[in-house]
Design a protein around this ligand. Structure first.
Ligand code: GAR
Length: 192
């Protein structure tokens, strides 16, 4: 892969809690000239998150945060992001809710990917809920983050057909593939 990080890329932090396939994918796209962002920081609330391995692999700084006192923790992250001159935050499987104050300070510059067709199925277990309701379609959404869970303005959304044979696991896999298409495209969309 050619490294094409130019001087004008928007400095981005990716927040994760788990596997980090979206993080890995965003790193890949950030290296293409057409995509105007660079991944400069990985933040995780979970020191065992598998996705943290991409810090070493791609030589990106990581920070693991302990979430005992939410407001204090959020203030600490905020200061750290400012110090690192981070301009955009991408939540990618980050399973903590950020405080109002934190979001206010990064207004319009925090986005999230969610595995459903929002406003349907905010929160957890989205695939199971879509299947149980006999929905014909599910999908994924990239949206701006506000202080209310999974509610901000939608940037991009992709539909995925639910087959009769689908289980929450097979549906999750199909949707994750589409997540890897829309997340970089959504960032490009808001930055261009
Ligand atoms: C993704 O499916 C993402 O949409 C979901 O967690 C998964 C993370 O996968 N996010 C949420 O459920 C947020 N509410 P990844 O760690 O492989 O990117």
């Amino acid at each position: 892969m050619k490294k094409l990080i130019g001087p004008k890329k928007v400095k981005t932090a990716v927040f994760i809690s788990g596997k980090g396939s979206n993080l890995k994918n965003l790193i890949k796209f950030s290296r293409f000239k057409k995509y105007p962002f660079s991944i400069n920081l990985i933040i995780s609330n979970n020191k065992k998150a598998k996705g943290l391995k991409y810090s070493k692999k791609y030589n990106i700084e990581k920070k693991i945060i302990k979430y005992d006192k939410k407001l204090k923790t959020d203030k600490m992250i905020l200061n750290f992001l400012i110090k690192k001159k981070i301009e955009l935050i991408c939540l990618a499987g980050f399973m903590k809710i950020l405080s109002k104050n934190f979001i206010k300070n990064f207004k319009g510059k925090i986005i999230n990917i969610h595995p459903s067709l929002l406003p349907k199925y905010k929160g957890l277990n989205t695939h199971l809920r879509a299947i149980k309701n006999n929905d014909k379609f599910s999908g994924c959404t990239v949206h701006h983050v506000t202080s209310k869970l999974d509610t901000g303005k939608i940037i991009l959304q992709i539909k995925v057909k639910i087959d009769k044979k689908d289980t929450p696991e097979t549906l999750a896999k199909k949707i994750l593939k589409k997540e890897h298409l829309i997340y970089p495209a959504a960032i490009k969309k808001i930055l261009n």
